[in-house]
Design a protein around this ligand. Structure first.
Ligand SMILES: [Zn+2]
Length: 439
């Protein structure tokens, strides 16, 4: 792969220069620049006063009424089966324990108003019926009005302004709870069982592999629903911000899905590069990572690499499937992808702020990209040098990141906390494992 050799080179002084073949981002890793040890607590742990049910933030079990009306939830039946309950009445919210909940985002990035005014969007039949049924319940009406009052106060409305507003006006503002395309998937637990300190948080890696798989599957069913309810959505951006330095407002695990009416600049430019070389993900990422010994872990349907050319130390999990969208994967393929994402989060630890970002082929794209999931460790801050030069200093090289992870992955597998993967040198490293789009 001669055309990629200049994208990853070490200079005589030890400086590693690396360029991401998909984005062109230029990154330097300078020797001896100190970085924090992995998973050091981001603040001094404080003893935790536990509550039952959990009541530490608005996403906790005690606060089902502090989120917008629930679109659906995942529960486990007494005989162990998973079941989705749609559009629960407020009277039933506490009749079951939600493993996962799906609600609209309180503050949308792309608002319902955007869809209505720019596209002439009208709520789907399903959304309209749900809204009508929900608001017909007196308890639900109080819930929705309370949510709107809270929202208006947060955006600076005074009590006087609020009392002057009619109920109709407030209910109009609540339309986004039912018809919006920015959603949250909330995991049931805030802290781990037996937590003693406020740092004992449930991150993606602290879930069991089964819980992580259910979280992934439930997120994909939400993604499908966003497309089904809004025909103007061209792409659903899926991401997870973990801890405040990564942009999370609450330290309670949740994933976000935002329907957008374009692909977004990064997908656009990446697909332009793929158009030139459709096999680029194999050639420039996977085969290259095999040659450079940067494969972190692998299983039947997914492969994880410490990827070059990112501003932050970044692990990327690629699906090997022929299918190019998460919703088209088989259950077995999803399980494999989930197990590798879960293992990467578990080895990263719950004290490392990180963003998880999904990339996949938009429904209206002809050029194909494999579904891949980035986990970016937000352990370094960008500074003036980066702004001025567009050269980014990433203190952890892909090799150093891989070397931090391998012992941790081995340890977690030994403890039975992660499964269905082979690690580092165990990987067969056969070239061209990504089958995206192949018949
Ligand atoms: Zn919470």
């Amino acid at each position: 792969m001669p055309e990629f050799k200049n994208m990853y080179r070490t200079l005589p002084d030890g400086t590693l220069k690396h360029i991401n073949p998909l984005t062109g981002t230029e990154v330097w890793t300078v020797p001896d620049r100190a970085h924090r040890p992995l998973n050091k607590a981001i603040h001094q742990p404080k003893a935790l006063q536990t509550t039952n049910p959990e009541n530490y933030c608005d996403f906790c079990e005690a606060n089902y009424f502090k989120t917008p009306p629930e679109k659906n939830r995942l529960i486990q039946t007494p005989d162990g089966f998973y079941q989705i309950l749609d559009h629960l009445s407020p009277d039933d919210l506490y009749n079951s324990q939600a493993i996962l909940r799906r609600v609209s985002n309180f503050f949308e990035i792309v608002t319902l108003d955007y869809w209505i005014k720019n596209h002439g969007f009208q709520k789907s039949v399903d959304q309209t019926l749900w809204q009508k049924k929900y608001l017909a319940n007196p308890r639900a009406l109080v819930h929705v009005l309370q949510m709107i009052t809270t929202k208006l106060k947060l955006i600076g409305k005074t009590s006087e302004e609020l009392t002057q507003m009619s109920q109709e006006e407030k209910l109009r503002l609540a339309e986004s709870f039912f018809g919006g395309a920015h959603e949250l998937i909330i995991v049931h637990k805030h802290f781990k069982s037996g937590a003693q300190f406020d740092t004992d948080l449930v991150s993606s890696g602290e879930l069991t592999s089964e819980e992580h798989y259910q979280y992934l599957r439930f997120s994909i069913s939400a993604l499908n629903d966003i497309y089904a309810n809004n025909r103007f959505v061209r792409y659903v951006s899926v991401f997870q911000n973990w801890l405040q330095p990564a942009g999370a407002s609450l330290e309670h695990l949740h994933r976000q899905l935002v329907g957008i009416d374009e692909w977004g600049a990064s997908i656009e430019s990446e697909l332009e590069i793929v158009r030139q070389n459709p096999n680029i993900y194999n050639e420039a990422i996977i085969n290259f990572s095999i040659a450079q010994n940067l494969i972190v872990a692998e299983n039947d349907h997914a492969i994880a690499v410490a990827e070059l050319g990112h501003r932050f130390p970044t692990l990327v999990i690629y699906s090997k499937s022929r299918q190019v969208r998460p919703e088209d994967h088989t259950a077995e393929e999803l399980r494999s992808v989930s197990d590798l994402i879960h293992a990467c989060h578990a080895a990263t630890g719950n004290q490392v702020p990180c963003n998880e970002e999904w990339y996949y082929t938009p429904r209206d794209a002809k050029v194909l990209m494999p579904w891949h999931i980035l986990i970016k460790w937000r352990t370094n801050n960008l500074a003036g040098f980066e702004g001025g030069t567009k050269i980014y200093i990433n203190p952890i090289s892909p090799m150093a990141q891989k070397n931090l992870l391998i012992p941790k992955l081995n340890e977690l597998r030994q403890q039975g906390k992660i499964k269905n993967l082979i690690i580092g040198d165990e990987c067969p490293s056969k070239p061209n494992p990504l089958l995206y789009g192949k018949k």
